[in-house]
Design a protein around this ligand. Structure first.
Ligand code: DX5
Ligand code: ZN
Length: 212
């Protein structure tokens, strides 16, 4: 059984508290927060100050997806802002083992994200030190992109490689009512949904549709 993790990138930030409460009421058990630096990805969002505000608005755990170069520079700030999981990109980290250990030492769950064109095998040495694995099903940077079908292979590989390791597998990008069935059929745990949820005319109903 997979869960839906709403990605706030597509939420209406003028009514952020309301939107968070709505998805919590719908049954969401974790929120996805996208941090972009304009370097690792060609888009900018926000930093720890806003994550801290989201923390105060939400009562469910926050998974903070860092799309930033050299993420080790900011891990402490994002944990202190209230992130329950901090996710770094393998493509952006100088030393993934060090970054994962640092996140855990700070008291948060350690996550890694992998881009559609990165070979899954480079993650293998780190699978035992992971709490959360984020398979990107679009190239990071923007919401509302089309799901990349070939990333289903990474989902299958992540599920097959789990064995005795104890990490959650999440999928991020282009997940909506048309694609979610194929995504959850791979056996992943968490489907991150941004525009496919927040752009719906009835968010509560859409959450139910996605979950069924
Ligand atoms: C993309 C972000 C996603 C984004 C997904 O770079 O990491 O979390 O919010 O948005 P949708 O669901 O619209 O593809
Ligand atoms: Zn994301």
């Amino acid at each position: 059984m997979s869960v839906i993790s709403p990605s706030l990138l597509s939420a209406d930030f003028t009514r952020l508290g309301e939107q968070i409460h709505l998805v919590e009421k719908a049954g969401a058990t974790r929120l996805h927060v996208d941090v972009m630096d304009g370097h690792f990805v060609p888009n900018l969002t926000f930093g720890p100050l806003i994550v801290e505000a989201i923390r105060r608005l939400a009562s469910i755990p926050l998974d903070t997806h860092l799309m930033i170069e050299k993420p080790h520079r900011y891990l402490k700030q994002f944990v202190e802002a209230g992130s329950d999981t901090v996710i770094v990109h393998i493509e952006a980290s100088e030393d993934l083992g060090r970054d994962l250990a640092a996140i855990r030492k700070l008291g948060a769950a350690a996550g890694v994200a992998i881009n559609p064109d990165t070979d899954f095998d480079i993650l293998r040495p780190y699978l035992a030190s992971l709490d959360y694995l984020l398979i990107m099903s679009v190239f990071p940077g923007f919401g509302e992109q089309a799901f990349i079908e070939s990333t289903l292979e990474n989902m299958h590989r992540a599920v097959a490689a789990r064995n005795d390791n104890d990490y959650l597998i999440a999928v991020d990008g282009g997940v909506n009512t048309s694609t979610i069935e194929r995504v959850v059929a791979t056996g992943i745990d968490i489907a991150v949904v941004g525009s496919g949820l927040f752009k719906a005319p009835d968010i509560l109903q859409r959450f139910r549709d996605l979950q069924d």
